[in-house]
Design a protein around this ligand. Structure first.
Ligand SMILES: C[S@@+](CC[C@H](N)C(=O)[O-])C[C@H]1O[C@@H](n2cnc3c(N)ncnc32)[C@H](O)[C@@H]1O
Length: 116
């Protein structure tokens, strides 16, 4: 169904919410707004938010992730985020990081997130 993620999430209490390649397009302020709309709809004990996105290492990021960071900055004023950046952003929206799922040590990851 069509949905504007800057408006309240219409599906409340879903088992899972999924955002793929969304967060890297937006500033922290805009991401906070998107996340607050998801958080408001989440059931604290039942819902999980899955965010499919790069997680950058503080130094020595792999080329693809670093390249995407620069691309997002140039095209959307967006950014790829490190673990502390993700933690700060998520907590600003009343969310907490449970686990980062990555394959083969690559930066491309799925962040498992719960409502605090
Ligand atoms: C980088 S694409 C990712 C698309 C898809 N999730 C994927 O992984 O292939 C970003 C998406 O955000 C959508 N988008 C932009 N603003 C939006 C809004 N306010 N509400 C919902 N979707 C929006 C765009 O239409 C685009 O499909």
């Amino acid at each position: 169904m069509p949905y504007d993620f800057f408006t309240p999430q219409p599906i409340a209490g879903a088992r899972a919410y999924f955002l793929r390649d969304i967060m890297h397009n937006w500033s922290d302020a805009k991401c906070k707004s998107i996340l607050q709309n998801v958080a408001a709809a989440m059931d604290k004990d039942y819902s999980t938010l899955l965010i499919d996105q790069y997680v950058l290492t503080p130094i020595g990021a792999d080329l693809r992730a670093a390249e995407m960071d620069i691309l997002m900055l140039l095209h959307t004023s967006g950014i790829q985020r490190t673990v502390p950046m993700w933690e700060n952003l998520l907590s600003s929206a009343g969310l907490g990081l449970v686990k980062i799922w990555s394959s083969n040590g690559a930066s491309e990851s799925v962040l498992e997130v719960k409502k605090l």
